[in-house]
Design a protein around this ligand. Structure first.
Ligand SMILES: [Zn+2]
Length: 425
């Protein structure tokens, strides 16, 4: 009997000793991500309990309190837990204002505070007022939009169809934001309305209708008859072993064009709120246009129409390897190679307005370099998808192609563009 008592005592000592050891070394952490202090209407969070032992006694409790209202976010055993929660302020009947998140470790003899976070519920979407917008735009025409917003935003842009034009803060004017917008060529086929979309730091979004009257424009219809040599010149550049010329031409003309457009949009997102442009833009001096913005191109081969495309810039021909100049003051944001446009230089003129110089032989400028109107930036060639030596000149607004002719007209630029930058720029 004494032996059993000794064994039992020993076992009890090991058991309680173990518990005591685990208790003494127990480390529990609670984390809630994202670590934001301003919460909106819907809040997706990840709650994590990190414990170095699965401790059998006690529990972890995480709650959100506002006034007398208490919402339990987690109540359970002391172990490693990771859970995703959506806190819907309206459903939970939480109000705008302060709230608190607390996490406690509850043990038989003590209650430890693990996490305490003061938060604030902001359930009011940002208020957007339209300060300035064009009344009407022709397809391919640029315009200026200015808005004021009553609180800081995480996202703020003008939207039309699938395109976004980010609104940038106007230096020295708090709450004021400005940008260039455009009437994309795609509106010809898919009419869409313009909206200003503003999301505050809590995630509340407002969408304000921006009435702009879109005017259709007539564009040229151009038939391009490709010879076998021309087709091979183009296709072999990309697919040296190709046998199915027409099929490969289609890939180049569509898939590659789309890839270029996407890359161009990414590059244009580097534009800043510094308006570099002054006065009219230069059309490459001494050059003659060979293709215009909006040209609807119909490609023929062996008497059959094999493809179509819409031209998104102005083609300017001079002589072989002619010097290319910056159309206006700006900052070089890209020097590199694209599939369709070949060797390119892109120059930011501010608030999303970027000029593109395509099919270049070389470039004489570097990314980040500030250039002056008329400064040589490279030379013409036939790199990319080009049938003869020429400059493809593009005027882009946040990547959306616009018609260069507007920018060459000093009166147009003063009256419709620069006037709106004078008051607070
Ligand atoms: Zn072109």
């Amino acid at each position: 009997m004494r032996k059993i008592a000794v064994i039992l005592t020993l076992l009890a000592a090991i058991f309680f000793g173990g518990i005591f050891y685990f208790y003494k070394t127990l480390q529990v952490k609670v984390d809630i991500q994202p670590e934001k202090t301003v919460w909106g209407e819907k809040n997706e969070i990840t709650l994590k309990v990190d414990s170095n032992h699965n401790f059998p006694i006690g529990q972890v409790e995480v709650s959100l309190t506002q006034g007398s209202k208490k919402i339990e976010l987690y109540k359970g055993p002391i172990e490693n837990v990771e859970t995703s929660l959506v806190i819907d302020a309206k459903k939970a009947r939480l109000k705008e204002g302060k709230a608190k998140i607390e996490a406690y470790l509850e043990l038989p003899l003590e209650k430890k505070l693990l996490l305490e976070r003061e938060i604030r519920f902001d359930l009011t979407p940002p208020q957007v007022s339209i300060v300035l917008k064009p009344h009407r735009l022709g397809i391919g025409e640029p315009g200026v939009v200015e808005v004021s917003v009553n609180e800081p935003t995480s996202q703020l842009y003008v939207e039309v169809g699938k395109y976004n034009f980010p609104l940038l803060p106007v230096a020295g004017s708090p709450n004021l934001y400005k940008t260039f917008i455009a009437a994309p060529l795609s509106l010809l086929k898919e009419p869409s309305d313009y909206f200003v979309v503003a999301t505050d730091e809590a995630g509340n979004t407002s969408k304000v209708f921006l009435p702009i009257d879109i005017r259709a424009k007539k564009f040229r219809h151009v038939k391009i008859f490709l010879t076998e040599k021309q087709l091979k010149d183009i296709v072999y550049k990309f697919f040296p072993e190709a046998t199915d010329l027409v099929e490969k031409f289609h890939i180049i003309n569509h898939q590659f064009r789309q890839e270029d457009d996407q890359k161009i949009t990414e590059i244009c997102s580097l534009s800043t709120n510094e308006l570099y442009a002054q006065g009219k833009f230069l059309q490459l001096p001494g050059s003659a246009p060979t293709a215009y913005f909006g040209d609807h191109r119909y490609y023929y081969y062996n008497g059959k129409q094999i493809d179509t495309s819409i031209h998104k810039g102005l083609d300017l021909a001079k002589y072989k390897h002619a010097p290319v100049v910056a159309a206006n003051n700006g900052r070089v944001i890209y020097v590199g190679h694209l599939k369709i446009y070949g060797n390119v230089v892109l120059i930011d003129h501010g608030y999303g307005l970027v000029t593109l110089y395509g099919h270049l032989l070389d470039s004489t400028v570097k990314v980040g370099q500030v250039v002056k109107k008329g400064q040589i930036i490279g030379h013409t060639d036939t790199t990319g998808l080009a049938l003869g030596d020429h400059l493809h000149f593009g005027t882009l607004i946040w990547g959306v192609a616009t018609n260069p002719i507007y920018y060459f007209d000093p009166r147009y630029m003063d009256y419709y563009i620069y006037k709106y930058f004078k008051t607070n720029q």
